[in-house]
Design a protein around this ligand. Structure first.
Ligand code: ZN
Length: 262
């Protein structure tokens, strides 16, 4: 059965609305990722993860769902433009776009929505959008930075220490290797390994907890466009991370779709 929203006709969408189908949205971006990764890294990872998730959920069969294509642009901080390749929308443009996409789905009758976020700068924006859509339409969208769902499994196999997995580091590079995208392995550098780890700010996306929001880009300025260290990346690490994220994502989709407030 076709699960890609954009391949269905208007009539074919109707039974999905009647079954209260979950709509899965994704947003990556196009942004510089150092000398070794393509600018589409966040977009590619998001879209491929959505494709994997679609297969898993279709095989499982317990939740009616559809996917939309991953959105390819968004907000990046201005300092990312120190390196060519970053296309920047205003924060409010991204928020308005997402609010209107989700609002359109609500107007059609969809009530369950999950947004997969593949780009760190969108985290806070998407949470506000979820509140806005909730106010506008009385639904409760869920937002997830899907790569962090597999943190436990990733930390068990990662080869680099804390400070290597933020932007273009061991995590994203390993996933890009796993998915078979071009990675310039001869351009790896450890010049931007983040060594700032405090009681309040975790200088790594997979280790520790952040009690204070304090942009990593300001407390540990990048020299090369990276934050982190791609040197220890392997396709196998990427596979372990993605598999763990998929397992957790499927578990959450079931929880989200079946949840009934008491
Ligand atoms: Zn990225």
């Amino acid at each position: 059965m076709e699960r890609r929203f954009e391949y269905l006709t208007s009539e074919q969408l109707k039974p999905f609305i009647e079954q209260n189908a979950l709509v899965i949205l994704g947003i990556g971006t196009i942004e510089e990722h150092g000398a070794h990764l393509p600018t589409g890294t966040d977009l590619f990872i998001t879209q491929r993860f959505m494709d994997d998730l679609r297969e898993r959920l279709a095989a499982d069969g317990s939740v009616p769902f559809l996917t939309l294509p991953a959105i390819w642009t968004g907000y990046s901080a201005k300092l990312m433009q120190a390196w060519p390749g970053t296309i920047r929308m205003d924060t409010r443009t991204v928020m308005d776009m997402m609010r209107q996409i989700m609002g359109s789905l609500c107007e059609m009758g969809f009530r369950k929505m999950l947004v997969l976020n593949g780009h760190g700068h969108h985290t806070e924006l998407l949470r506000v959008v979820a509140r806005e859509v909730s106010d506008d339409h009385g639904i409760a969208p869920a937002i997830v930075n899907f790569l962090y769902l597999g943190a436990r499994a990733y930390n068990a196999v990662r080869k680099g220490p804390a400070g290597g997995s933020i932007h273009g580091g061991e995590d994203e590079t390993s996933v890009m290797l796993h998915y078979g995208y071009p990675v310039a392995t001869d351009r790896y550098t450890d010049a931007d390994h983040v060594n700032v780890h405090t009681d309040f700010v975790a200088g790594d996306n997979f280790i520790g907890s952040t009690r204070v929001f304090w942009s990593t880009w300001h407390y540990s300025p990048s020299k090369t466009g990276l934050l982190g260290d791609p040197t220890p990346s392997t396709a196998d690490t990427g596979r372990v991370l993605i598999e763990a994220c998929l397992d957790e994502m499927v578990r959450f989709v079931k929880e989200y779709w079946t949840f009934q407030p008491r």
